[in-house]
Design a protein around this ligand. Structure first.
Ligand code: URA
Length: 210
């Protein structure tokens, strides 16, 4: 079982994360590292997937061998930065179903408002992995998970690259049943809601926007 927060301290993850944090890393380099690190994180987040023995024939004999069982996993990207996790994870788990949640912050209420929601069916029977590289205030993650639970999701994990203590606390309060898996628990949020030391705006860095 996971604790509420799991920091993946594998040396390859930590090394790649350091390269991503560096401000002079190019968009291409950032994207490549994100793809690699997302696969290493996906390996961690799926270690409890269920297996069933099936009959197969090797060139030498028949045997019972383990295969993934049950409904295919649902990978849910919180737009837009969550999309940066998709390529790498889908390379590793090509059968996964993919959904998208789009939220914006209402300028008056400052609350997250849904503008897009399209997810695989039968969420209640799937392992649901929600991806967003940066767990900052936690507001959009909490709102996205609220929507997914309303749509039936029961077995949810949240995968991110960096987490701020504020976001982890907010998630624990709102969704104590959702384990968070991350490459780093950073120090804090700054006054603009950026994670410090962080890596800047993850969406801008992966898509080359400003
Ligand atoms: N979103 C980002 O892209 N970066 C942060 O530091 C916080 C939220």
């Amino acid at each position: 079982m996971y604790d509420h927060l799991t920091v993946v301290d594998h040396p390859l993850v930590q090394h790649k994360l350091t390269l991503m944090r560096e401000k002079d890393a190019s968009t291409a380099k950032f994207r490549q590292l994100l793809r690699e690190i997302s696969q290493l994180l996906a390996y961690e987040v799926t270690f409890e997937l269920e297996l069933e023995d099936v009959d197969i024939e090797t060139p030498l004999c028949t045997m019972k061998a383990p295969k993934l069982s049950g409904k295919k996993m649902a990978l849910i990207s919180i737009l837009r930065a969550g999309n940066g996790f998709l390529d790498g994870i889908l390379e590793l788990i090509p059968g996964a179903k993919v959904g998208f949640v789009g939220l914006y912050r209402d300028p008056d209420t400052l609350k997250p408002v849904q503008y897009y929601f399209k997810v695989p069916d039968e969420l209640q029977e799937r392992l649901v992995i929600v991806v967003d590289p940066m767990l900052a205030t936690g507001n959009s993650s909490v709102a996205a998970i609220d929507l997914l639970k309303t749509a039936g999701a029961k077995n949810i994990r949240f995968l991110c690259l960096l987490a701020a203590p504020e976001g982890v606390a907010r998630m624990k309060e709102a969704h104590p049943d959702v384990p968070i898996i991350t490459a780093s628990l950073d120090e804090r949020l700054n006054d603009h809601g950026y994670i410090v030391p962080g890596l800047g705006d993850a969406g801008d860095r992966m898509f080359g926007t400003k």
